[in-house]
Design a protein around this ligand. Structure first.
Ligand SMILES: *[C@@H]1O[C@H](CO)[C@@H](O)[C@H](O)[C@H]1NC(C)=O
Ligand SMILES: *[C@@H]1O[C@H](CO)[C@@H](O)[C@H](O)[C@H]1NC(C)=O
Ligand SMILES: *[C@@H]1O[C@H](CO)[C@@H](O)[C@H](O)[C@H]1NC(C)=O
Ligand SMILES: *[C@@H]1O[C@H](CO)[C@@H](O)[C@H](O)[C@H]1NC(C)=O
Length: 285
């Protein structure tokens, strides 16, 4: 209300306030691939990505960020989505890039999606954790958030933390803290690995597959522009956010009941010993 009054009084405030606050895919994202299969609808409020036998599609944010809390609402591909992967992630560029990933692995009708997460530091991933969800992600929109600040990375689903990757740089574990990242979203065919390790192939008679996105928010993330960051921590609640004890309990509930895979427990994969960060904390790292 106060902002509306100010808005009426000052055009400059109004313009700034509402252009920054409103989420508009036309304004915030570029379509990067898919030859018309990525569509911005409802005056910029809705983004749909589509996949058929010829191609998938994808977008990336216009802005680059160095730390932030990014929210996006997704409604995943309905029905038989086996073989498809919907992604929503942060990534920098180049061979030593950093990346923070949400990937949603489709499934046969009625079988559960898997939420696949990963963190890349200095070009190296191999930190996968996978989860089932406690709801049907194709029935409605749900909010998927990435909190990325100097102390921690937290993946949230509807405000429930599902994964934490702490800054353990002082112990020699690389942490993404100096490469700006963009927000990406895409829908593509990954039937060589996505559903039960590639066992179930995409059924193209169900194409086109469509995933929807809305309510993108960068919550005053630190914008990287002209080779420097807009960031000051004073007004940003997410900047120093960590898990409180309630969230810690939620995280443990998810990890106990919904975690499908944790690289830290996959001993066979790491014959030279489990990754360093796992030795600090096998449940949350
Ligand atoms: C698909 O459903 C099967 C059977 O319930 C399950 O084992 C698998 O984890 C589900 N998700 C994916 C992506 O394969
Ligand atoms: C693919 O989907 C169609 C239509 O739903 C169905 O009739 C067909 O049996 C499916 N093919 C396979 C291999 O499951
Ligand atoms: C936030 O900024 C203040 C003043 O610049 C500084 O003293 C404080 O350490 C900063 N906090 C974090 C978490 O970086
Ligand atoms: C490890 O995880 C547990 C449970 O989530 C948490 O209470 C503890 O603080 C974590 N320890 C470290 C070193 O991160």
């Amino acid at each position: 209300m106060a902002s509306l009054v100010l808005c009426l009084v000052s055009f400059a405030f109004c313009f700034l306030h509402y252009s920054l606050a409103s989420n508009n895919f036309n304004q915030d994202f570029d379509v990067t691939w898919g030859d018309g299969r990525a569509k911005v609808l409802n005056n910029g409020k809705l983004l749909t990505l589509s996949l058929d036998k010829v191609s998938g599609s994808g977008v990336k944010s216009k802005k680059e960020y160095l730390f932030g809390r990014i929210d996006m609402q997704l409604k995943l591909v309905r029905g038989n989505s086996a073989g498809t992967v919907t992604t929503y992630y942060l990534s920098s560029q180049g061979s030593t890039h950093d990346e923070i990933d949400f990937e949603f692995l489709g499934n046969l009708s009625g079988d559960p999606y898997i939420v696949h997460t990963n963190v890349y530091t200095q070009g190296k991933g191999d930190k996968e954790q996978q989860f089932y969800l406690w709801f049907d992600p194709t029935a409605d929109f749900h909010t998927y958030s990435i909190l990325w600040n100097p102390q921690t990375i937290i993946f949230y689903v509807d405000s429930t933390p599902i994964r934490v990757f702490k800054n353990m740089k002082s112990s020699g574990v690389p942490y993404p803290n100096n490469q700006p990242m963009r927000v990406y979203a895409s829908l593509w065919n990954a039937d060589d690995w996505a559903t039960r390790g590639g066992l179930i192939k995409t059924n193209w008679s169900n194409a086109p597959f469509i995933a929807s996105f809305r309510n993108f928010k960068d919550n005053n993330a630190c914008i990287w522009e002209f080779r420097k960051s807009s960031c000051t921590n004073s007004t940003k609640s997410w900047f120093s956010q960590e898990l409180d004890s309630t969230s810690q309990a939620r995280l443990q509930w998810v990890q106990k009941n919904y975690m499908v895979y944790n690289y830290c427990n996959d001993i066979n994969r790491f014959p030279q010993g489990i990754p360093l960060e796992c030795t600090f904390n096998s449940t949350t790292s």
